[in-house]
Design a protein around this ligand. Structure first.
Ligand code: RUG
Length: 830
């Protein structure tokens, strides 16, 4: 009855008639309450870790308030929403980012100070959420921050891996992988939704029957796994909106196969069920090659199936007509990994919702959009038909049907041009047939985009040429970006304050284009002084860290030259090491007088190699071997140091990036789709040494070629140079340094032969290290010259920051929202 309902509402309102307060005392109270009642420690005795936990829970309370209200607001307004589907979200730590975004950082710092704790120390207690490999996963995390900040009605969907990316441990210079038990100490940033679960089916058979005069297919699975939701609130900056990242964990299904308990082998029946949980247990640690492992396909299907069930349930809460899905839902697939979701939606619409093929196809092809992140065909994902048909039998049927109809259409257009048909078919014929996931995505998605201008051009002219000819309107470019909140304002607050002071506004935190106004003051000696002072402080922090991890003392007067990213042959860390050896060799062979003119350098390399990638692991060992030699050579002293930063992750990046003078992005042109590290470095006033690849090209357009150090072959020259590899004679300098490694100057002679073979063996050097070596050395010389001139360097550094406005993920998200997803903002009023 209405009266009872009103009484209840009044009571609830009385009990909770306001939001949590954010004054120092209220915050302290909530922290101490959590110490007692959540962490279950005494308020009179708790350590840094417990203080971190209690602080996080108190922040989480505030996030939940905002999350609840935002979701209610979205529900009420029911706008078209964007669902971002990604196998990877590399979030890093949450505490600092959350309190900054909520605008309560200073109050928390003060509240903790009075309680006897240092926020900076507590922040270090948090484990990184490393549910991603590198660029692709971190991009997804930046996008969520921007979507929340820009008030878009967005959700992220992914997998809650129990083991994130492995921890890299270095022993005697060799990489070892250790599991990342990131959930072992609990995760205050997630909310388990025990009641939000969906069954996900696998294996089994498909039965064909007639229903209402139409063929009907019923998939009878032989395995069912339950997906349980874990919500991770993502607060926007300077807004009341908090969006959601929903991650799925696999749990045994409680209803399916109940009879297996009744066979008498109760214990084994339970043990078999536990198997289900392995689906979400581990992130695959290779960011570019796919081995067609069944478990990975199961992961992909598991998370998209659960997500789609959740999305359709939410849609149906407010809508009766399934045809309206296209007006309410946009589904973004981050690389090909979630592509099976397209087929799952077709299956759901036809088999479960009873739509005919044409209607289902009309809906499916309007809701999905696809981002491709790779440049070369070899890394495009393919699934052996055998595996796919076994794990998802109904999906394989649908894929064949899609392909049949697609090829029929192609024949109408191109006749019997079988070469073209074979190239464009979703099924790759051959000894072992496979399903080309990128082709499937191209055929079924509304739009496809590349992640930098050159990448999109390469997609159109090479990778997906046939498809561009067929559907030019589908192709778009969305140059990547990064969030300036995490990557500049919060991780480099000193520089952030200077920017705010000189621009007389902090509005750049939401409108990065404003940075360009720094250009007006670039010659002002006060700005230059302040700028360099903060950069020195950052370098000093990094120097302390380097000494702690490696025992190597480095001078902060030296140029900090950094290359941190996943280790890959195409990213050419080896080229960097060869030039370091060259520098070492030069210093060794000049007089003490000449040595005085050498610009001192600290070379810093960091990154993980995929566990099975032997050459990449040798590169890591070589960094250590060369470092060992030159760091201990008394002739060299402080003129050259080489250190490897182990276990490179988001938190280490937050320390390294603000402290770098120079950063290297030196992939062979035409290999890096975009690269986003370069954007973070440039924003922080670090100069870039790079090739004309990925986003470097656009960074150069914005910052000016005179403020970057560009070298090497251009993308259009690379195929020809590769073809001429056999005849190419690398320069003397190159042969000399490779020879030094081969001859055992750095020890481990045997170990490094295979690595040297990749660059000077017959017809090798796929990544053209020999071709680019001299121009790389020239660029390095230009770096030294510029660094020696303090004012010039300060100016270049300020101009790097000033030219970074374009590389905000806010800009990228606006472009997606307007050009791909067709969604509007939905801002919750306070
Ligand atoms: O290698 C690319 C980077 O160039 C790019 O910046 C990043 C985000 O777009 O994605 C990386 N990537 C590509 N990670 N995995 C793939 C799969 O091909």
């Amino acid at each position: 009855p209405a009266a009872e309902q009103k009484g209840r509402t009044d009571l609830l309102f009385k009990l909770m008639n306001q939001y949590l307060k954010n004054d120092v005392f209220s915050i302290q109270k909530s922290i101490v309450n959590h110490v007692e009642y959540t962490v279950a420690r005494s308020r009179f005795k708790f350590d840094d870790f417990e203080a971190y936990q209690a602080t996080s829970y108190s922040v989480r309370d505030r996030l939940i308030e905002s999350w609840n209200d935002t979701q209610l607001f979205f529900k009420d307004k029911d706008p078209k929403r964007i669902y971002f589907l990604s196998m990877e979200f590399l979030m890093g730590r949450s505490l600092l980012n959350s309190i900054y975004n909520l605008g309560i950082k200073d109050t928390y710092a003060e509240a903790l100070r009075q309680l006897g704790f240092d926020l900076e120390v507590l922040v270090e207690q948090e484990r990184d959420a490393a549910l991603g490999n590198g660029g692709l996963g971190r991009l997804a995390a930046c996008f969520l921050d921007s979507l929340a900040t820009l008030d878009y009605p967005a959700w992220g969907y992914g997998l809650r891996y129990e083991y994130g990316l492995f921890k890299q441990v270095i022993k005697d210079g060799f990489q070892h992988e250790r599991p990342d038990y990131w959930l072992n100490f609990g995760n205050p940033w997630e909310i388990e939704r025990v009641h939000i679960t969906y069954p996900v089916k696998f294996y089994g058979k498909v039965e064909e029957t007639m229903r209402d005069g139409r063929k009907h297919f019923e998939w009878i699975p032989s395995e069912m796994v339950e997906a349980v939701a874990y919500d991770n609130p993502i607060p926007g900056f300077d807004t009341n909106n908090t969006i959601n990242l929903r991650l799925w964990a696999a749990k045994p299904s409680s209803e399916f196969n109940i009879q297996s308990y009744d066979t008498g082998d109760y214990v084994n029946a339970i043990l078999n069920k536990q198997h289900a949980e392995t689906i979400s247990s581990v992130l695959y640690p290779d960011d570019r090659t796919y081995q067609g492992k069944e478990l990975r396909l199961k992961q992909q299907h598991f998370f998209v199936s659960a997500s789609l069930q959740d999305i359709i349930r939410r849609f149906k809460d407010r809508n009766d007509n399934i045809n309206d899905l296209v007006n309410k839902v946009a589904l973004q697939i981050n690389d090909t990994h979630p592509t099976i979701g397209v087929v799952e939606l077709m299956r759901t619409l036809i088999d479960d919702e009873g739509l005919d093929w044409k209607t289902a196809w009309g809906i499916t092809t309007k809701v999905f959009t696809f981002t491709n992140h790779s440049v070369v065909p070899e890394v495009l994902e393919k699934w052996p038909v055998e595996i796919l048909g076994n794990v998802l039998p109904r999906h394989l049927q649908i894929i064949y049907d899609i392909n049949f109809l697609f090829l029929e259409d192609l024949k109408k257009k191109y006749g019997n041009d079988y070469d073209r048909l074979a190239r464009m078919s979703i099924i790759e014929e051959g000894e072992k047939k496979s399903v080309r996931m990128a082709t499937l995505a191209l055929v079924t998605c509304q739009t496809v985009n590349g992640v930098s201008e050159i990448h999109t051009d390469l997609m159109k002219s090479m990778l997906f040429k046939d498809f561009y000819e067929l559907w030019p309107h589908k192709f778009q470019n969305k140059t990547n970006g990064v969030t300036q909140r995490r990557w500049l304002a919060f991780s480099n607050p000193g520089l952030g304050d200077i920017i705010t002071k000189w621009l007389e506004t902090d509005a750049w935190m939401k409108n990065l284009d404003l940075l360009s106004d720094l250009r007006k003051y670039v010659d002002d000696p006060h700005l230059q002084e302040e700028w360099l002072r903060v950069r020195r402080q950052n370098k000093s922090r990094l120097a302390t860290y380097i000494e702690m991890i490696s025992g190597v003392k480095v001078s902060i007067d030296a140029l900090f030259d950094v290359q941190v990213k996943r280790i890959h042959e195409y990213k050419r860390q080896f080229l960097n090491i060869l030039s370091i050896i060259h520098r070492y060799d030069c210093i060794k062979n000049i007089s003490p007088e000449e040595r005085k003119k050498v610009v001192p350098r600290v070379c810093i390399i960091g990154g993980k190699a995929a566990p099975g990638y032997e050459i990449a692991k040798k590169i890591i060992k070589l960094v250590h071997a060369v470092g060992e030699k030159l760091n201990n050579d008394p002739d060299i002293g402080h003129l050259l140091k080489l250190v490897f930063v182990p276990d490179y992750n988001v938190s280490v990046a937050e320390l390294v990036i603000p402290a770098s003078d120079l950063s290297q992005h030196i992939s062979t042109a035409g290999n890096e789709a975009s690269g986003t590290g370069s954007m973070k470095f440039a924003m922080n006033g670090c100069l870039i040494l790079g090739t004309m690849d990925g986003a470097n090209i656009e960074i150069r357009e914005e910052i000016g070629h005179e403020n970057m150090f560009i070298f090497g072959a251009r993308a259009n020259e690379v195929p020809k140079l590769r073809a001429q590899r056999k005849e190419f004679q690398p320069p003397r300098e190159f042969r000399r340094v490779v020879g030094m490694i081969r001859n055992g100057v750095f020890g481990h002679q045997e170990h490094f032969q295979a690595l040297c073979d990749t660059v000077d063996g017959q017809g090798e050097d796929l990544y053209l290290l020999g071709n680019d070596f001299l121009s790389y050395l020239e660029a390095q010389e230009a770096v030294d010259k510029a660094f020696a001139d303090r004012n010039r360097w300060a100016k270049m550094s300020i101009l790097s920051t000033a030219g970074s406005g374009k590389f905000s993920s806010d800009r990228t998200m606006k472009e997606y929202a307007e050009q791909s997803w067709d969604i509007q903002t939905c801002k919750r009023p306070l």
